[in-house]
Design a protein around this ligand. Sequence first.
Ligand code: NBG
Length: 830
Amino acid sequence: MSDSLKSTELAGSHDLRTGLGVEDIKQAFLDNLFYQMNRVPAVATKNDLYMALAMTVRDRVFHSSVHTIENYAERKPRVVAYLSAEFLPGPHLANNLLSLGITAQTRRALSELGYDLDELLSQEEEPGLGNGGLGRVASCFLDSLASLEVPAVGYGIRYEFGIFDQVIKDGWQTEITDKWRRFGNPWEICRPVIVYDVNFGGSTETGRDELGRYRVHWIPDNVVKGVAYDTPILGYRVGTCNMMRLWKAEAIESFDFAAFNHGDYYRAVEDKMKSENITKVLYPNDEPLQGKILRLQQQFFFVSCSLRDMLRIHGLFGGKPENFHEQFAIQLNDTHPAIAVAELLRLLLDEHRLDWETAWYVTSGAIAYTNHTLLPEALEKWSLPLFGQLLPRHLELIYEVNHRFLEEVRTRFPDDGARVRRMSIIEESGERYIRMAQLAAVASQHINGVAELHSDLLKKTVLQDFTQLWPEKFCNVTNGVTPRRFVAMSNPGLANLVTERIGDGWLRDLTELRKLEKFADDGEFQREWCEVKLVAKRNLAKLIERRVGVRVNPESLFDIQSKRIHEYKRQHLNVLHILTLYLRLKRDPGTNVPARTFVFGGKAAPGYVMAKLVIKLIHAFAEVVNNDPVVRDRLKVVFFPDYNVKNAQHIFPAADLSEQISTAGFEASGTGNMKFSLNGALTIGTLDGANVEIREEVGTDNFFLFGLDADQVRDLKSRGYRPRSYYERNPVLAEALDCIASGTLARGDTKLFHPLLDNLLGDDPFLLLADYQSYVDCQDKVSALWSNPPAWTRKSILNVARMGKFSSDRSIRQYCERVWKVTPSPVNVT
Ligand code: NBG
C-alpha cells in the first residue's frame, strides 16, 4: 500500500505540526522524540518511540480540534452532551491515523527510520473506563457523532483505575488493578482552569432573597474539586474533532490548613485522599450496589461538573438559563447519570434563580434517557437515608418532582393506588429507596431502548405504566458499531478486499456493503474471502499460542464467544455443547465431527461467584479436552484472558461462528453480535436483543437460530419450569451433566462444580436445560454447513453485505432526528 503513495503524500507541506506527508511525519517524529521525550533513537525505548509517534499524530488531531472549537464558538450550534459513567475508547493511535488518512504515510515514514508501525501500535495501553457493551457503545457513538460532523461532548469520569486486568491462575480469574496511565497518556490534556467545586452532605436553609422570593440554600459539609481532562475525538476524514471531557476529583486545597496548623498533619492528608477517592476506581457491574455510597458520589460528581460546564459554555455563547435546553441535548446513558435531573433543577432554581415551572420546563426539555437493561438487579436505586445524607437538597427536589408527578398520575388514573405506588420515584415498600429509572423517565422527553425487542419489552415490563401515561415519549434506537475501528482498523485484509471491489464508500455509508451481494457466488472472490479469514485466524492462533500456550489449527472452525461472563449470556450452555461433542467422540472416535476451536473471552465481576466458577469450568474442561489423544486435533478449547477492546480487535476478524446464545429477553441488544457478523462470522443465536434484527437483515437462511423466544420463556416460567424433567428425559444431556458431577473435569474433585449443577437442576433461571437440545441440533447444522466450504463462504459474504444497518452512524442519525433534533455543523480545516 505504501508504494502507491502520491508525490504530495510523500513530501507533504513541510509543516512539522500539521504536514501529512512521509517526510513531514519523519521529521516531526524525530523532533518529538528529541524534544518531548528527550531521547535520540539509539537509546529510545519502545515506549519513547510510541510516545513520540502519538505526539506527532496528536499535533495533527489538535489542529482539527482548534478549528472545531472556533466553528462552534462562531456558529453556536445545538450540541449533544452524552453523559456516561463509562467509556471504552480502545487504543487511540491507530484510529487517529485512520481518521486523518495517514496510516500508509506513517508506516512508510517509520520503516524508513527502521521502525515497525504495528510494533509501536501494540505498545499502547487502552483506557478501560468501562465494563463492556455500555461503555463501548458510548465510544462508538462519539466516533459516529464526530464522523457525521455533529457537535457533541462526551462527559464522563476519569477513573484512575479502570476495569481490572484479568489474570488466570490455575484456571481461576484473579483481578489486577489496571494502571492504564503508568507510562503516560499522550491523548489527554488537563485543563486546570476548567474546574468546579462539587458539594456533598450538610443541610439546607430556607430564606428570602433581595426580591423577597423564597430561596433554598445548601450548606454542604464537604467540597470536592472536579478538574477537566480532554481527549480529542476526531471524525473519520472530516474536520470535526469533538472531545471527551472526563472529570478527575481533587481536594479543594492540597492540605486542610486548619487541621495542619493544629498539628493534625495526618487528618489533613486524609481529607485530601478522601476527595481523590471519588474518581479512583470504576465499579464493576453485575454486583449489588447497595450501600456503595462512593458510587453515588461518583455519579453526582461527574454530573454536576458536566452540567455546570454546559451552563458555562451556554453563557459564553450568550445564552440565558431559560434557553439552556435549546443549546444542549443531554443524553443519559442508562440511569448512572440520572441524578442530572435533580442537579439541573437545582442549578436553575437555586443558582440561576428561575422559578419552578421554567426550571422544570428547561430540565425536561434538555434531557433524554436510554435504558440498557431489563435485569431487575441492575435497575439502580439508592437507599433514601443514604441519599439524603449525601444530597439533602436533591432529596427535597425529588420529593417535589414526585409530588407533582403523582398528582398527574392520580388525575389520569383516579383510584389506582397500586399504580401510583409502582410509578412513584420513591419506593415505599419496607426500606425506602430512590428509583433512578423512574426519576429519569419522569423528566425525559424521550426514552429509548437499544434494540426493537428490548424497546418493546421495556414498554411491556419495567416502564409499562409510563408507556400508558406518556406513549409519545417512547422510541427505539437500535445500537450500532463503528465500522472504522471494527473493520477498517481491526481487519485491514477484509477492508482492502471490500474496497477493491466496491470502493471505500462503505466506511461512511455502511449500507454500501450491499454491493458485495453480487460476488457471493463468485469463485475467485470466495477464494480471496477465505484467504483473508485464514490470515486473521493465523494471527489469532499466534496470539493464543503466545498468551495461553495452546496450539490451535487455523483451518479448524473458529467458534467464539467473547463478552462479559454472566449466567444469562450462558457461556455454560456453550460448554455443555462442547462436552456433548467430546462425549460423542469418546464413545465413537470415528464419528464425523469437523475440527473446531472454541474460544472464550470475557471478565466476570469480581464478586460474582457463579460467573467465576464458569471460567474455572472452561479451564478445567479445556485441560481435559486439549490433552486427550482421542480428540486432540479435532476439539480445542481456549480461554483468551483479559478480554478488552484491544484484544477484541484481533478476535472479531478471526471468528467463523459467533455465539450469541443468551436466554431470550435478557440481552438488551448486544453489540459483539454486530462486530462478529460484520467481520464475516455466521451467528448461532437466540431471538434476543439485536440478534432478531441481524437475522432479519442477513436473512433467516444465513443465521443459525435455536431456542425459545422471549414469550415462550415467560410462558414456560409461569407454567412452572422444572429443569430436572429435561435431565430425566434426555440421556445425552444427562450424560453431560453427570460427567461434570463425576469430577472428571476437576481432577477428581466432585464438589467443585456442584453449585453450578445444583443451580441448573434446581431452578435453572436462564433455561439452559430447556434450550439444550435445540442448541445441540442447531450446532449439528453448523457442522454440516462447515463441511461445504463454498456454501459457508457464500453465507459469510451475505452476512457482511447485509450488515449495513448496524453502523453506529445509523444509530446516531436516528438519535439526531428522533431525540436530539441536532444537525451537523461541518468544520473546514485549513
Ligand atoms: C448493556 C446490555 C447490552 C447492550 C449494551 C449497550 C448494560 C447495563 N447494558 O445488551 O447488556 O448491548 O448495554 O446498549 O451494561
